[in-house]
Each structure stands twice: as structure tokens, then as C-alpha cells.
Design a protein around this ligand. Structure first.
Ligand code: IPD
Ligand code: CA
Ligand code: CA
Ligand code: CA
Length: 282
């Protein structure tokens, strides 16, 4: 059967590589850093330029497709996924890392049809790792198959999470108490590389057992969700059940045993990660 979306997938890989070169070149120059909702919510000219490059190219090659991108969703506007073939793009995942030269920065391109993810491309450009996956065809890093870890004991696992950009003391207390039980198990370690997409690709590669975050957006996780699931992992909601791409919560795990154990231990506070502009921009 001809593969309907192979063309789009190949194009996504080409675009991710091109974008990665732009990101790496920009590291040598003035990054033109700006703030969005707060002084710790950063964006650079490169985030905007890369998104524009991807939108323009997708519009030219696939004019009937829709597009959701972090830098083109208007602040405060709801982000709507329709049944139309849709590119879900984070032009620079790990902007804070990028600004600081911390070497985990990804271009993340996911693609959904009828609200179902079909393929994902995550290019960790400084590491030069191109993660790719297409539904039913396995997951790869630089062309080599990747697989989740077979660990079933949470006590022998590494769990990844991120702490967000809310600096309000009460919110910070809630974030830490939400993971207190997990830390007490005790797991081998808690990690977080500053890019949701790369955290998830580390789950897919088998070196981290699970990653969870409350407050992410669809563009952070769409591409990597396909990579995790094609690597044999599971995508869940932090309170159990399947992940809803638009719910702003994700739990990616190597298997259901680890996933469900985290669901049992984590305390979910709905206001844990709202990323409110608590640090007014001065
Ligand atoms: C952020 C990163 C970070 C995660 C945040 C995301 P950005 O994306 O993925 O790891 O904790 O929730 O917003 O803003 O750097 O594209
Ligand atoms: Ca951002
Ligand atoms: Ca992101
Ligand atoms: Ca981004």
C-alpha cells in the first residue's frame, strides 16, 4: 500500500535539519532575546524565524494542510486541532537552553490526521541526533532503531520531569510536594534536560524510564509522542488513562507498570503549572 504521508515525513526531516543549522549558526551571533508572558518565558528571533521558514515551506508544498506552531498561536487564544492534516511544530524546543548554550535544543515536528498522530521528527541539533518515527514503522535515531527500557521496578528507574517557569513560592511548594512520594520510593534519579521533546526521546531511547509534565503544550510533545510509542512505550495522562494531546499534561513511560506506578504516587495539583506571569517584566 502506498504510504500516504511519506512525502510529508521526508519533508519534515529536511526542514528539521535546515532549522537545526539555523539554530546552530545563531548560537555564534546576537540571539535577540525577548520575553513573552514573564521574564522567565523567553523567545528569540531564531524561534520566530525558524517557525516562519517551516510555515512558508509547508504552505508551498502542502497548501491544503493546517499548521499549529508555538510562535504563531496568539497569546491567550485557544489552540484547536481539527481533523485536517495538521503540522504541529515547536521551532525551538528548549529556548532557555538555547539562550544559555546548554546543549539540548530541538526542532520538533509532529503531524496529525483526523486528530491522530501519524509521524514525528525531533532533531536535537546540537547533539546532531535526528529522531524519527512513523505510525507502525518503528522509531529511529540517526537511522538506527531505538527501544524503550525493559525496567519494571520504579526503584531502579530514572524519572524525568520539568519544573516550569512559575516562580511563585506557593506554586513552587506544590510542584515539589507533587513529586515528594516519587522521590521517597526511591528512584535512581530525577532528571530534566530542559526540552520536553528531548526528555521524551530519552524515554524512547531507553535511558530514562518515564517523563511527566503538567503545563506542556501540544507542540512540545506531538512529535516525540509518536517516537515514544513506536519505540514500545506508552503515553498516558498523569491521572491515568490515555494521553490527550490537547490537555497540557503528559506522562510518557517505558511500560504500563512504570506509568501506572507514577500515576499512583504523583499528586496532581491543577494549578501546579499555569506559568502565570508572576515575575512582571521590568
Ligand atoms: C519548554 C521546554 C521545557 C518544558 C516547557 C516547555 P520551549 O519549551 O520543552 O522543557 O518544561 O514546558 O514550554 O518554550 O523551550 O519551547
Ligand atoms: Ca516557549
Ligand atoms: Ca517547547
Ligand atoms: Ca519553543
Amino acid at each position: 500500500m502506498p504510504d500516504l504521508w511519506q512525502d510529508a515525513m521526508d519533508h519534515a526531516v529536511t526542514l528539521a535539519r535546515k532549522a537545526g543549522e539555523i539554530v546552530k549558526d545563531a548560537l555564534q551571533n546576537d540571539l535577540k532575546i525577548m520575553c513573552k508572558s514573564s521574564s522567565v518565558d523567553l523567545v528569540t528571533k531564531t524561534d520566530q524565524n525558524v517557525e516562519q521558514l517551516i510555515i512558508t515551506s509547508v504552505n508551498e508544498k502542502f497548501p491544503e494542510h493546517s499548521f499549529i506552531g508555538e510562535e504563531s498561536v496568539a497569546a491567550g487564544e485557544p489552540c484547536v486541532l481539527t481533523e485536517n492534516p495538521t503540522w504541529i511544530v515547536d521551532p525551538v524546543d528548549g529556548t532557555t537552553n538555547f539562550v544559555h548554550g546548554y546543549p539540548f535544543v530541538a526542532i520538533s515536528i509532529g503531524f496529525a490526521v483526523n486528530k491522530m498522530l501519524e509521524f514525528g521528527v525531533v532533531y536535537s541539533c546540537i547533539e546532531d541526533k535526528m529522531y524519527t518515527a512513523q505510525k507502525g514503522k518503528g522509531a529511529f535515531c540517526n537511522g538506527q532503531p531505538v527501544q524503550v527500557s525493559d525496567q519494571k521496578e520504579i526503584n531502579q528507574s530514572i524519572i524525568a520531569t520539568e519544573f516550569g517557569s512559575n516562580r511563585d513560592p506557593d506554586a513552587v511548594d506544590k510542584i515539589f510536594s507533587s513529586m515528594r512520594k516519587i522521590l521517597c520510593l526511591p528512584v535512581h534519579g530525577i532528571r530534566g534536560v530542559g526540552s520536553a521533546a528531548i526528555n521524551m526521546c530519552l524515554v524512547a531511547s531507553g535511558c530514562v524510564e518515564a517523563y511527566y509534565e503538567i503545563g506542556i503544550h501540544c507542540w512540545d510533545v506531538a512529535a516525540a509522542a509518536v517516537i515514544v510509542s513506536e519505540a514500545g512505550g506508552v503515553l498516558m495522562d498523569v491521572e491515568g488513562g490515555p494521553m490527550d494531546l490537547m490537555s497540557r499534561r503528559v506522562l510518557a513511560a517505558n511500560n504500563n507498570i512504570i506509568g501506572e506506578r507514577i500515576v499512583k504516587e504523583i499528586e496532581v495539583f491543577s494549578a501546579v503549572r499555569d506559568d502565570a506571569p508572576v515575575n512582571p517584566i521590568k
